[in-house]
Design a protein. Structure first.
Length: 206
């Protein structure tokens, strides 16, 4: 009598099936093109130099019409006809090849990053924030009024009615420039500095 083959143990059968499935998946993955992770905005932002952002932001501060046009349509920066009509922009790009390179690579990303940089007060240095904080500490009434309405710093009547503030701004032209250009961002930056100083250990505070 011919012996009948023994049936395979269930566990062994399952193991073979799993190994076969794993082999199929590995083969399919090897044939598929490799796809890396989509770069995050943080990764993109890290490619942008802070100095280039600051230079570009300062230029746009001094040329509000150019700023408005580029923020509405960043691709204009790569338009020869538009550049020919804005020689100061062409000269700025020639003098700042780093900015020109960033704009050429991705004008939308760079212009949008500059807008965030300005909104967050990125061009306001720690020294300026510390200087303004020292002044406001000595003039709490002005500090309170400017905190309620940062735009007062650009109000000639308000400044004229506060001679100490007027003298301070005259003696600190860099602070005056940034404070008047970005009153809300400057107020935010100054409060961040004050909060940071407040949280320092007493032995390290100024």
């Amino acid at each position: 009598m011919t012996p009948q083959p023994r049936s395979m143990h269930p566990r062994r059968s399952m193991l073979i099936a799993l190994l076969f499935l794993a082999g199929v998946m590995t083969s399919a993955a090897a044939q598929s093109p490799a796809v890396g992770p989509w770069p995050s905005s943080t990764t993109w932002d890290n490619d942008i130099n802070r100095t280039e952002l600051n230079n570009f932001d300062r230029y746009l501060d001094d040329h509000p019409e150019v700023a408005r046009e580029l923020r509405n349509n960043p691709s204009l920066i790569d338009n020869p006809n538009w550049l020919a009509q804005h020689p100061s922009t062409q000269q700025f790009l020639n003098n700042h090849p780093g900015v020109r390179q960033q704009l050429a690579q991705n004008p939308n990303r760079f212009v949008n990053r500059e807008e965030r940089y300005e909104r967050d007060g990125g061009d306001i240095s720690r020294r300026e924030a510390a200087n303004a904080d020292n002044y406001l500490d000595r003039h709490p009434e002005i500090a309170h009024q400017l905190q309620r309405d940062p735009r007062l710093i650009d109000n000639p009547n308000y400044v004229a009615n506060h001679p100490s503030l007027q003298n301070y701004l005259q003696d600190h032209p860099e602070v005056r420039h940034d404070w008047k250009q970005h009153p809300y961002a400057f107020e935010k930056r100054q409060r961040q500095y004050e909060h940071h100083e407040y949280r320092k250990p007493a032995s390290t505070q100024r």
